[in-house]
Design a binder for this molecule. Sequence first.
Ligand SMILES: C[S@@+](CC[C@H](N)C(=O)[O-])C[C@H]1O[C@@H](n2cnc3c(N)ncnc32)[C@H](O)[C@@H]1O
Length: 195
Amino acid sequence: MKAYYHARAGEYDDWWLGRGLFADRARPGWDDELATLAAALRNLPAARTLDIACGTGFLTRHLPGEVTGLDQSHAMLELARRQAPRAGFVRSDALELPFAPRSFERVFTSFFYCHLVETERPRFLAEVRRVAGEVVIVGSRPRGTEPRARWEERVLADGSRWSVYKRVFEKDELFAELGPGRLVHEGRWFVAVSA
Ligand SMILES: C[S@@+](CC[C@H](N)C(=O)[O-])C[C@H]1O[C@@H](n2cnc3c(N)ncnc32)[C@H](O)[C@@H]1O
């Protein structure tokens, strides 16, 4: 997953924006829902926030309060520094956070928890609980009868092929793993919870 996203950095936001390889995807309501999700994030109470696996900073720029973005890929971080200039950034591994206990009030993480395999999830959540009292997780909602967890074959613009693990979830499935919390956003495409 690390090598794939590093290689994808320059074309990553094409997924958010429906450009490049994503230009032909039929995603009714996607742009409107993205605006609604961004507004829901801006409306969170301001907090000292660590955005884990922040990627290009596409959602980082909407987070209120003092924000630190963390990612393993320097290519992603270079883009994030431009896209979310208010935030500070750190290159590190999400499963071994270089921060003291309770360094943050909130961990935010979007489209990352969904890529962790079963053995990585408890490690990640232990790190999250160590550094902050709240976690906000954003992911994709299931569509139709698609499997909730699967290995997907992904292709980049240079034709390279990658195998990526991905889960989709409903809010209750997230609460079952994270503990009780509240819904931040639920639409056709995205779900976001705070726990
Ligand atoms: C699907 S992207 C999500 C980016 C961003 N959060 C968003 O919603 O647009 C996954 C991100 O996780 C990062 N990543 C993957 N494994 C990581 C790890 N072990 N530690 C830190 N970052 C990691 C990748 O570099 C990539 O930027």
